[in-house]
Design a protein around this ligand. Sequence first.
Ligand code: 5RP
Length: 269
Amino acid sequence: MDWGLRNRLSRVLRPEDGRTVMLAADHGYFLGPTHALEDPRETLRPLIPFADALMITRGVARNCIDPTTQVPLVLRVSGGSTVAGADLADEVITTTMDDAVRLNASAVALSVFVGSAFEGQTLGNLARLVDQGTAVGMPVLGVTAVGKELEKRDARYLALACRVVAELGAHFVKTYYCDGFEDVVAGCPIPVVIAGGPKSGSERDALETAYQAIRQGASGVDMGRNVWQSAHPVPMLRALRAIVHEGASASEAHALWQELSRVPQPTAV
Ligand code: 5RP
């Protein structure tokens, strides 16, 4: 890895422990104004000080995020399909590498849909993005998306998808937690972070998922809905930080969430 690429990656995966608490807020690119993310500026403002990185599109970056912010951006650069269209997997690269550099992105993110009708197209997108990223020192996050086929979230499928993402040259991968998650990590030579998926029934459940993922080798989380759709988003993000960076158990993190939820939150770590 070139120095610049390693330097950028170290802004996202913190050098102290190689881990990250990313805040995912790119959902509008295919879901539109999702619940609790109707106004990204308002939703994200109190959360940003507690995120190691922010995963958003260029539209949200330019319109909703203060450019003096110090939070590293992981820029979503794939899209082109929505929940209203025929197939969510039909994605293209939507942002040039020049624009990612202009936005001072610390990494770019792109979804692949392994096993779908658009497998070849989206894996080709990833391979091209890695070539473009390598040329300018930009790390690439490959996202193993499943579209509406949630049943694909098993270890066999996710291990295949993560390994393919790594083989095509991505620098880290985002996937889902599943039973047998340690096999997904064991078969993947790049850091693995987990998405949260739809809002869990309780904060305790989402924290348990994060805890189990970290225990089984994940390098962090990239959660969205389970944070900003929580009744207490800032305490939720801080509870995730306790798991990822401070070795807290799910119970300890949940106790922290409860405690922080009772008091108004400061806006800096
Ligand atoms: C969409 C994404 C989202 O960023 C990802 O799903 C994380 O958000 P959530 O925790 O809400 O699932 O990559 O393709």
